[in-house]
Design a protein around this ligand. Structure first.
Ligand SMILES: [Zn+2]
Length: 324
Protein backbone atom coordinates (compact mmCIF):
# COMPACT_ATOMS: atom_id res chain seq x y z
CA UNK A 1 0.00 0.00 0.00
CA UNK A 2 2.66 2.45 1.05
CA UNK A 3 4.92 1.28 -1.77
CA UNK A 4 2.17 1.81 -4.32
CA UNK A 5 1.26 5.27 -3.12
CA UNK A 6 4.92 6.24 -2.89
CA UNK A 7 5.48 5.22 -6.47
CA UNK A 8 2.51 7.30 -7.60
CA UNK A 9 3.73 10.26 -5.60
CA UNK A 10 7.26 9.91 -6.93
CA UNK A 11 6.05 9.93 -10.50
CA UNK A 12 3.76 12.86 -9.90
CA UNK A 13 6.43 14.94 -8.19
CA UNK A 14 9.08 14.08 -10.72
CA UNK A 15 6.96 15.29 -13.61
CA UNK A 16 5.96 18.31 -11.54
CA UNK A 17 9.59 19.18 -10.93
CA UNK A 18 10.66 18.71 -14.51
CA UNK A 19 7.84 20.35 -16.37
CA UNK A 20 6.64 22.84 -13.84
CA UNK A 21 3.17 21.36 -14.29
CA UNK A 22 1.21 22.12 -11.18
CA UNK A 23 3.29 25.20 -10.44
CA UNK A 24 1.79 27.34 -13.14
CA UNK A 25 -1.82 27.55 -12.16
CA UNK A 26 -2.47 31.22 -12.58
CA UNK A 27 0.03 33.74 -13.79
CA UNK A 28 3.37 34.10 -12.10
CA UNK A 29 3.64 37.30 -10.16
CA UNK A 30 6.02 39.84 -11.61
CA UNK A 31 9.18 40.77 -9.76
CA UNK A 32 7.64 44.10 -8.79
CA UNK A 33 4.86 42.19 -7.00
CA UNK A 34 7.30 39.89 -5.21
CA UNK A 35 8.44 40.74 -1.70
CA UNK A 36 11.45 43.04 -1.61
CA UNK A 37 14.62 41.69 0.02
CA UNK A 38 14.62 41.82 3.81
CA UNK A 39 17.63 43.44 5.50
CA UNK A 40 18.50 43.18 9.19
CA UNK A 41 21.63 43.83 11.23
CA UNK A 42 23.40 41.06 13.11
CA UNK A 43 26.14 42.78 15.10
CA UNK A 44 28.48 44.23 12.49
CA UNK A 45 26.98 42.03 9.75
CA UNK A 46 24.17 43.06 7.43
CA UNK A 47 21.93 40.12 6.57
CA UNK A 48 19.74 40.21 3.45
CA UNK A 49 17.29 37.49 2.48
CA UNK A 50 16.39 37.38 -1.22
CA UNK A 51 13.36 35.51 -2.56
CA UNK A 52 14.42 33.64 -5.71
CA UNK A 53 11.03 32.06 -6.51
CA UNK A 54 7.54 33.22 -5.76
CA UNK A 55 5.15 30.41 -6.60
CA UNK A 56 2.30 28.65 -4.81
CA UNK A 57 2.62 24.87 -5.17
CA UNK A 58 0.87 21.68 -4.05
CA UNK A 59 1.65 20.54 -0.51
CA UNK A 60 3.11 20.51 2.03
CA UNK A 61 2.13 16.79 1.89
CA UNK A 62 3.99 14.72 0.69
CA UNK A 63 7.01 17.04 0.59
CA UNK A 64 6.64 16.99 4.38
CA UNK A 65 5.08 13.90 5.99
CA UNK A 66 5.70 11.57 3.06
CA UNK A 67 5.35 8.57 5.43
CA UNK A 68 2.13 9.87 6.99
CA UNK A 69 -1.46 9.82 5.74
CA UNK A 70 -2.28 12.96 3.81
CA UNK A 71 -5.13 13.76 6.21
CA UNK A 72 -2.76 13.88 9.16
CA UNK A 73 -0.58 16.55 7.55
CA UNK A 74 -3.62 18.48 6.37
CA UNK A 75 -5.02 18.46 9.92
CA UNK A 76 -1.88 20.19 11.20
CA UNK A 77 -2.24 22.84 8.51
CA UNK A 78 -5.93 23.32 9.36
CA UNK A 79 -5.13 23.61 13.07
CA UNK A 80 -2.74 26.43 12.18
CA UNK A 81 -5.34 28.25 10.08
CA UNK A 82 -3.45 27.51 6.87
CA UNK A 83 -4.66 26.15 3.51
CA UNK A 84 -4.46 22.35 3.63
CA UNK A 85 -3.04 21.55 0.20
CA UNK A 86 -1.35 24.64 -1.26
CA UNK A 87 1.58 26.65 0.06
CA UNK A 88 4.16 29.18 -1.04
CA UNK A 89 7.58 27.98 0.03
CA UNK A 90 10.54 30.27 0.35
CA UNK A 91 13.44 29.77 -2.02
CA UNK A 92 15.64 32.16 -0.15
CA UNK A 93 19.38 32.68 -0.59
CA UNK A 94 21.02 34.73 2.17
CA UNK A 95 23.60 37.49 1.70
CA UNK A 96 25.93 38.43 4.56
CA UNK A 97 27.88 41.65 4.22
CA UNK A 98 30.55 41.33 6.86
CA UNK A 99 32.11 44.75 6.27
CA UNK A 100 34.96 43.27 4.25
CA UNK A 101 33.20 40.57 2.20
CA UNK A 102 29.87 39.94 0.52
CA UNK A 103 29.04 36.29 1.08
CA UNK A 104 26.07 34.64 -0.64
CA UNK A 105 24.62 31.37 0.69
CA UNK A 106 22.98 29.36 -2.15
CA UNK A 107 22.07 30.65 -5.58
CA UNK A 108 18.41 29.78 -6.19
CA UNK A 109 16.85 28.05 -9.19
CA UNK A 110 18.51 29.90 -12.06
CA UNK A 111 17.35 28.66 -15.46
CA UNK A 112 17.27 24.99 -14.50
CA UNK A 113 15.91 24.68 -10.94
CA UNK A 114 12.75 23.34 -9.33
CA UNK A 115 10.69 26.46 -10.02
CA UNK A 116 11.11 27.44 -13.68
CA UNK A 117 11.12 30.99 -14.94
CA UNK A 118 9.41 33.36 -14.84
CA UNK A 119 8.41 32.56 -11.23
CA UNK A 120 11.85 31.21 -10.26
CA UNK A 121 15.43 32.20 -10.97
CA UNK A 122 15.12 35.78 -9.74
CA UNK A 123 18.20 36.07 -7.53
CA UNK A 124 20.14 38.50 -9.73
CA UNK A 125 17.08 40.74 -10.08
CA UNK A 126 16.54 40.66 -6.32
CA UNK A 127 20.18 41.63 -5.71
CA UNK A 128 19.68 44.64 -7.97
CA UNK A 129 16.78 45.73 -5.79
CA UNK A 130 19.29 46.32 -2.98
CA UNK A 131 21.74 48.05 -5.31
CA UNK A 132 24.08 45.09 -5.86
CA UNK A 133 25.14 43.33 -9.02
CA UNK A 134 26.28 39.68 -9.17
CA UNK A 135 29.80 41.06 -9.81
CA UNK A 136 29.80 42.42 -6.24
CA UNK A 137 29.66 38.94 -4.65
CA UNK A 138 33.04 37.84 -3.21
CA UNK A 139 32.17 34.38 -1.99
CA UNK A 140 29.37 31.91 -2.83
CA UNK A 141 28.70 29.20 -0.23
CA UNK A 142 26.51 26.17 -0.97
CA UNK A 143 24.49 24.32 1.67
CA UNK A 144 24.06 21.41 -0.76
CA UNK A 145 23.79 20.60 -4.46
CA UNK A 146 20.08 20.27 -5.28
CA UNK A 147 19.04 22.22 -8.37
CA UNK A 148 17.10 24.87 -6.45
CA UNK A 149 20.34 25.83 -4.65
CA UNK A 150 22.92 25.58 -7.44
CA UNK A 151 20.83 26.43 -10.52
CA UNK A 152 21.80 30.10 -10.15
CA UNK A 153 25.55 29.48 -10.37
CA UNK A 154 25.36 30.14 -14.11
CA UNK A 155 23.43 32.38 -16.45
CA UNK A 156 23.61 31.24 -20.05
CA UNK A 157 27.12 29.88 -20.54
CA UNK A 158 28.85 32.14 -18.03
CA UNK A 159 29.20 32.08 -14.24
CA UNK A 160 26.63 34.46 -12.75
CA UNK A 161 29.14 35.56 -10.07
CA UNK A 162 32.30 36.21 -12.11
CA UNK A 163 34.38 37.61 -9.23
CA UNK A 164 33.44 35.05 -6.59
CA UNK A 165 35.31 32.25 -4.93
CA UNK A 166 33.20 29.27 -3.84
CA UNK A 167 32.77 27.08 -0.77
CA UNK A 168 31.31 23.58 -1.10
CA UNK A 169 31.14 20.72 1.39
CA UNK A 170 33.76 18.09 0.66
CA UNK A 171 31.40 15.16 1.34
CA UNK A 172 28.62 16.79 -0.64
CA UNK A 173 30.79 17.30 -3.68
CA UNK A 174 32.19 13.78 -3.52
CA UNK A 175 28.66 12.34 -3.45
CA UNK A 176 27.43 14.27 -6.48
CA UNK A 177 30.62 13.88 -8.48
CA UNK A 178 30.44 10.07 -8.26
CA UNK A 179 29.53 8.46 -11.59
CA UNK A 180 26.93 6.30 -9.79
CA UNK A 181 24.64 9.33 -9.48
CA UNK A 182 24.00 9.21 -13.22
CA UNK A 183 22.45 5.75 -12.87
CA UNK A 184 19.50 7.27 -10.98
CA UNK A 185 16.24 7.37 -12.98
CA UNK A 186 16.42 10.28 -15.46
CA UNK A 187 13.23 11.83 -14.10
CA UNK A 188 14.50 11.82 -10.48
CA UNK A 189 15.65 14.78 -8.45
CA UNK A 190 18.94 12.96 -7.88
CA UNK A 191 19.69 12.56 -11.57
CA UNK A 192 18.72 16.13 -12.36
CA UNK A 193 20.89 17.52 -9.56
CA UNK A 194 23.82 15.35 -10.66
CA UNK A 195 23.50 16.77 -14.17
CA UNK A 196 23.39 20.38 -12.93
CA UNK A 197 26.44 19.71 -10.73
CA UNK A 198 28.22 18.73 -13.93
CA UNK A 199 27.02 21.70 -16.00
CA UNK A 200 27.14 24.41 -13.32
CA UNK A 201 29.64 23.41 -10.60
CA UNK A 202 32.30 21.35 -12.39
CA UNK A 203 33.47 24.33 -14.50
CA UNK A 204 34.06 26.34 -11.29
CA UNK A 205 36.09 23.61 -9.58
CA UNK A 206 39.40 25.52 -9.67
CA UNK A 207 37.82 28.28 -7.57
CA UNK A 208 36.14 26.00 -5.01
CA UNK A 209 37.38 25.55 -1.47
CA UNK A 210 36.13 22.22 -0.13
CA UNK A 211 35.20 22.34 3.56
CA UNK A 212 34.29 20.03 6.43
CA UNK A 213 32.04 20.62 9.46
CA UNK A 214 33.88 22.86 11.91
CA UNK A 215 35.80 24.72 9.21
CA UNK A 216 35.72 28.51 9.28
CA UNK A 217 34.30 30.03 6.08
CA UNK A 218 35.07 33.64 7.03
CA UNK A 219 35.67 35.31 10.40
CA UNK A 220 32.61 34.47 12.56
CA UNK A 221 31.12 31.96 10.11
CA UNK A 222 31.61 28.20 10.50
CA UNK A 223 30.23 25.11 8.77
CA UNK A 224 28.15 22.56 10.72
CA UNK A 225 27.12 19.05 9.70
CA UNK A 226 23.40 18.85 8.88
CA UNK A 227 23.48 15.56 6.98
CA UNK A 228 20.43 13.61 5.83
CA UNK A 229 18.69 15.84 3.32
CA UNK A 230 21.79 15.12 1.26
CA UNK A 231 24.89 13.20 2.42
CA UNK A 232 26.98 16.36 2.84
CA UNK A 233 24.30 18.95 3.63
CA UNK A 234 25.79 21.81 5.69
CA UNK A 235 24.38 24.45 8.00
CA UNK A 236 26.34 27.57 8.97
CA UNK A 237 26.73 29.22 12.36
CA UNK A 238 27.25 32.97 12.04
CA UNK A 239 28.29 35.28 14.86
CA UNK A 240 29.12 38.98 15.04
CA UNK A 241 29.59 41.02 18.23
CA UNK A 242 27.79 38.35 20.25
CA UNK A 243 24.77 38.19 17.92
CA UNK A 244 24.21 34.76 16.38
CA UNK A 245 22.35 33.26 13.46
CA UNK A 246 21.97 29.81 11.98
CA UNK A 247 21.66 29.29 8.23
CA UNK A 248 20.07 25.85 8.09
CA UNK A 249 19.48 25.24 4.38
CA UNK A 250 16.84 22.53 3.93
CA UNK A 251 16.38 21.48 7.55
CA UNK A 252 12.71 22.46 7.06
CA UNK A 253 10.52 22.40 3.95
CA UNK A 254 7.60 24.06 5.71
CA UNK A 255 7.72 26.25 8.80
CA UNK A 256 4.66 24.64 10.40
CA UNK A 257 4.60 21.06 9.09
CA UNK A 258 8.34 20.37 9.41
CA UNK A 259 8.78 22.01 12.82
CA UNK A 260 5.68 20.54 14.43
CA UNK A 261 6.77 17.00 13.48
CA UNK A 262 10.52 16.72 12.96
CA UNK A 263 10.02 12.93 12.90
CA UNK A 264 7.93 13.04 9.72
CA UNK A 265 9.82 11.99 6.62
CA UNK A 266 10.78 14.66 4.12
CA UNK A 267 10.21 13.59 0.53
CA UNK A 268 13.45 15.11 -0.75
CA UNK A 269 15.68 13.78 2.07
CA UNK A 270 18.05 11.17 0.67
CA UNK A 271 18.52 9.54 4.12
CA UNK A 272 15.20 9.75 5.97
CA UNK A 273 16.47 8.68 9.41
CA UNK A 274 19.51 10.95 9.29
CA UNK A 275 17.21 13.79 8.22
CA UNK A 276 15.06 13.23 11.31
CA UNK A 277 18.10 13.16 13.61
CA UNK A 278 19.42 16.39 12.09
CA UNK A 279 16.08 18.19 12.38
CA UNK A 280 15.76 17.12 16.02
CA UNK A 281 19.28 18.31 16.84
CA UNK A 282 19.18 21.60 14.96
CA UNK A 283 15.68 22.59 16.11
CA UNK A 284 16.72 21.83 19.71
CA UNK A 285 19.84 23.96 19.31
CA UNK A 286 17.94 26.87 17.75
CA UNK A 287 15.29 26.78 20.49
CA UNK A 288 17.63 26.31 23.44
CA UNK A 289 20.11 28.94 22.31
CA UNK A 290 17.41 31.29 20.98
CA UNK A 291 19.19 31.70 17.65
CA UNK A 292 17.93 33.69 14.73
CA UNK A 293 17.43 31.21 11.87
CA UNK A 294 17.55 31.67 8.10
CA UNK A 295 15.51 28.77 6.69
CA UNK A 296 15.73 28.46 2.89
CA UNK A 297 12.24 27.00 2.35
CA UNK A 298 10.42 28.70 5.23
CA UNK A 299 8.01 31.38 4.03
CA UNK A 300 9.65 34.69 3.14
CA UNK A 301 11.34 36.60 4.77
CA UNK A 302 12.63 33.13 5.76
CA UNK A 303 13.99 34.50 9.03
CA UNK A 304 12.66 33.49 12.41
CA UNK A 305 13.08 31.84 15.76
CA UNK A 306 12.27 28.32 16.96
CA UNK A 307 10.28 27.61 20.11
CA UNK A 308 9.37 24.33 21.75
CA UNK A 309 5.76 23.20 21.76
CA UNK A 310 4.15 19.91 22.79
CA UNK A 311 5.66 17.11 20.72
CA UNK A 312 7.77 19.36 18.52
CA UNK A 313 8.56 22.96 17.70
CA UNK A 314 7.02 26.08 16.24
CA UNK A 315 8.42 28.81 14.01
CA UNK A 316 8.15 32.44 15.02
CA UNK A 317 8.66 34.50 11.89
CA UNK A 318 10.72 37.67 12.07
CA UNK A 319 8.10 39.96 10.64
CA UNK A 320 8.79 43.16 12.55
CA UNK A 321 10.75 46.04 11.11
CA UNK A 322 13.37 46.03 13.87
CA UNK A 323 16.69 44.23 13.95
CA UNK A 324 16.87 40.96 15.88
ZN1 LIG B 1 15.94 23.09 -1.41
Amino acid sequence: MITLSRRLVTGALASFALSGAGTNRGRAKSLADAPAPKRVRLGAFTITTLLDADQTIDGPWPIVGEDRPRAEVEAVMRDNRLPTSRFTPGFTPVLIETGTQRILFDTGNGEVGFIPRPAGGRLASQLRRVGLSPEAIDLVVLTHCHTDHIGGLKEGDAPLFPNAAYVVGEAEYRFWAAEDRLSAPPDSNTYKSAMVVRSHLFPLRARVRFVKPGDTIAPGIAAMAAYGHTPGHLAFHCESEGHRMLIWGDCAHHEVASLSHPEWHAFFDLDKDQGIATRRAIYAMAATERLLVAGYHTAFPSLGYVERQAGGYRWVSLTGAGDP
